[in-house]
Ligand binder design. Structure first.
Ligand code: GTP
Ligand code: MG
Length: 196
């Protein structure tokens, strides 16, 4: 998919404030600090359109980025960061789950995990929840630039089996690896008919 225009649209802190679901949306979720915002920036070749930070848990709102005037990339708050107070964690969880469950215009959830992390129960539960709610998802292993080939192959096998993922996209916001493959998955999802 060729990106002809991308602009930061708006941040939302409440589900009731979201725009009418008139354009297809692709959402990005993963643990805090996993590299969600960096991945979106790399996809769009637009440094800084999705805010990145070295402080985990920085993205606390649902951030909409308008692409080609015809779809939204949605940067979700990171989940599961241990240092965030429980009350805040709960409200984030509700915000993310509410968004994913209710959003008629959501076409795909891009689940991002750190390729260096061991396959983890947290993602397993999330995937089970996505499947239960019939939300289409694709698995992306990011920060692959930090791994040697053997470790990376092991990570791919382990995560794919553990989550029963149809495919795995290996990605690096540093090298740009995986960018084309992820765009293809997004493009395919954008073409899919509306959910009934
Ligand atoms: P929150 O919004 O806080 O949940 O974080 P996030 O998931 O949006 O992560 P973000 O993109 O802010 O990146 C977190 C840190 O990881 C930053 O220091 C990035 O520079 C780094 N990072 C992200 N992607 C990559 C990658 O592919 N390779 C390497 N080496 N570092 C990365
Ligand atoms: Mg972020």
């Amino acid at each position: 998919m060729k990106v002809t225009g991308a602009e930061f649209y708006k941040s939302f802190f409440k589900l009731t404030a979201l725009p009418a679901p008139n354009l297809p949306e692709i959402a990005f979720a993963g643990r805090s600090n996993v590299g969600k915002s960096s991945l979106i920036n790399k996809l769009l070749n637009y440094r800084g359109i999705a805010k990145t930070s070295s402080t985990p848990g920085r993205t606390q709102s649902i951030n909409f980025i308008l692409v080609n005037q015809n779809c939204f990339l949605v940067d979700l708050p990171g989940y599961g960061y241990a240092k965030v107070p429980l009350a805040i964690k709960k409200s984030w969880g509700q915000l993310i789950q509410g968004y994913l469950k209710e959003r008629a215009s959501l076409k795909l959830l891009v689940l991002i995990v750190d390729a260096r992390r061991k396959a983890n129960e947290e993602e397993k539960l999330f995937v089970q929840w996505l499947n239960l709610h019939n939300i289409a998802w694709v698995l992306v292993l990011t920060k692959t630039d930090k791994l040697k080939n053997a470790a990376r192959a092991r990570a791919r096998r382990e995560w794919q089996t553990f989550l029963d993922a149809v495919s795995v996209i290996e990605f690096s916001a540093v090298s740009g690896e995986g960018r084309d493959k992820l765009w293809r998955a997004i493009y395919t999802a954008l073409q899919s008919p509306p959910a009934t």
